[in-house]
Design a protein around this ligand. Structure first.
Ligand code: AMP
Ligand code: MG
Length: 340
C-alpha cells in the first residue's frame, strides 16, 4: 500500500491537504494525524471494514477498544445513549483536550470500535490539525495511537512513518505533539467518575472540577484486571531491555558501574538534574520538569535500537501531576523494576 504523506504547519494548515486526508477517511481508508497527546491512526468509526484496517495495520488485539474522535460536543452526543451531568461537567472543563470519556454507546459506531463492549470512549482533541481534519470529514473517527502495537506511542510523524509506512493510506505530518502521553480515560457510567488510564489531565484537575474521583484499583495493583482492556497489555517497550530504578543518582550509578563491569553497554534515561551527576555509555536527558519529561518520553524510548546499548537504566519520577501517567507508562515499558 502506498502511504501518502502531507506536511502541515500547525499555525497555518494547508486546507487542500486536509481535504484530501478527510476524503481518504470518508472513503474507508486509514490516515494517521497529530493530536495534542500522540499521533492517532484514524478510520471512519461507523464503518466496520475501515476500522478493521486499523487493527490490521497496528497488529492490535481485537479485544482492545478504540477511542472515537469527534469535533464537537453535539457530535459526541450522537454516539452515546446518555450524557450524565458529571460527564458534561468534565467535557465543559477539559475539552477540547486530552480527556476521553467512557459512556454508554448507542450503537452508531461499528461494533469493532468498542470491541463488543456496551460502552464507548469518546474524545474531542484540541490540536488544530486534528480539529480541522475532523471538521472536514464530518464523521466520528476511531483512532488509537499510530504505532505498531506494543511499541512506544508516536509523538512525531517520523515515528509513525517508521512503524506504519506502507501499511496505511495517509499520514498528516503536523510536527511534534505537545503533551506527549495519551489522554486520560475516565469512565463516566457510574455516579463517581473512575480514572481507567492516567494521562494528560491529572486526577487533581478532575477532582477540582467534580469533587470525587476514583482510580481503577488495577492501576496500583497488578493482581486486579484493568477496566480499560488495553491496560493489560505490554506496551511502550523499547528494543533494548530497560530497568526502572527507584533510588538516588548514586544508586543508579552503582548499578551502571556494576553492569558495565559485566561488559554491558548502558544507556541512561534520566532528568536533566540527574544527568549532571551520572556517567554511562550514553545519557538521554528527558527534561527538567514533569511536563518536559512527558513530552520527550516516547521519543527517548525509541532512540536506542538493538545493538546500540545492552541495557537501558531509567530513573523513577514523583507520581504527582503528569508524573502518574509517566510512571504508568514506564512500568509497562520496563523489563524489571528495581527498588533500591
Ligand atoms: P489507545 O487509543 O491506543 O491509546 O488506547 C485506548 C485506551 O482506551 C485503551 O487502554 C482502551 O482499552 C481504552 N478504552 C477505549 N474504549 C474503552 C471503553 N469503552 N471502556 C474502557 N476502556 C476503553
Ligand atoms: Mg496506544
Amino acid at each position: 500500500m502506498l502511504t501518502k504523506r502531507w506536511n502541515i504547519h500547525q499555525e497555518n494548515p494547508d486546507y487542500q491537504a486536509i481535504r484530501e486526508a478527510a476524503e481518504l477517511l470518508r472513503d474507508g481508508r486509514t490516515v494517521a494525524f497529530p493530536t495534542e497527546t500522540v499521533y492517532g491512526l484514524g478510520a471512519d468509526a461507523t464503518n466496520e471494514a475501515a476500522v478493521s484496517g486499523i487493527f490490521r495495520a497496528k497488529g492490535r488485539p481485537e479485544d482492545n477498544p478504540l477511542i472515537a474522535h469527534v469535533a464537537t460536543k453535539e457530535q459526541l452526543r450522537s454516539l452515546v445513549s446518555t450524557l450524565p451531568s458529571v460527564a458534561e461537567k468534565l467535557l465543559d472543563q477539559f475539552t477540547p483536550g486530552p480527556l476521553t470519556v467512557v459512556l454508554p454507546s448507542n450503537g452508531v459506531c461499528a461494533g469493532n470500535v468498542t470491541s463488543g463492549l456496551s460502552t464507548i470512549g469518546v474524545r474531542i482533541p484540541e490540536h488544530p490539525v486534528a480539529r480541522e481534519l475532523l471538521k472536514a470529514c464530518d464523521i466520528p473517527v476511531a483512532a488509537p495511537s499510530a504505532n505498531i502495537s506494543g511499541k512506544p506511542s508516536p509523538t512525531t510523524a517520523d515515528h509513525v512513518w517508521e512503524d506504519l509506512n506502507g501499511k496505511i493510506s495517509g499520514l498528516v505530518d503536523g510536527g511534534s505533539t505537545g503533551v506527549g502521553v495519551e489522554s486520560t480515560v475516565v469512565d463516566c457510567t457510574q455516579d463517581v467518575p473512575i480514572v481507567l488510564r492516567p494521562g494528560g489531565i491529572t486526577k487533581e484537575q478532575l477532582k477540582a472540577a467534580v469533587g470525587s474521583v476514583m482510580v481503577d484499583p488495577a492501576l496500583a495493583n497488578t493482581e486486579e484486571s484493568p477496566k480499560a482492556p488495553g491496560m493489560k497489555y505490554t506496551h511502550y517497550a523499547p528494543e533494548v531491555p530497560m530497568w526502572l530504578v527507584a533510588g538516588t543518582p548514586e544508586d543508579l550509578q552503582a548499578i551502571i558501574d556494576r553492569e558495565q563491569d559485566g561488559q554491558k553497554r548502558i544507556g541512561a534515561m534520566v532528568s536533566t538534574a540527574t544527568a549532571d551527576k551520572l556517567q554511562a555509555d550514553r545519557v538521554i536527558q528527558l527534561g527538567s520538569d514533569l511536563r518536559e519529561i512527558a513530552a520527550s518520553l516516547y521519543d527517548a524510548l525509541r532512540i536506542f535500537k538493538n545493538g546500540d546499548v545492552d541495557l537501558i537504566v531509567c530513573e523513577t519520577f514523583p507520581q504527582t501531576d503528569i508524573g502518574q501517567a509517566i510512571m504508568n507508562r514506564l512500568k509497562k515499558a520496563a523489563t524489571s523494576y528495581v527498588d533500591k
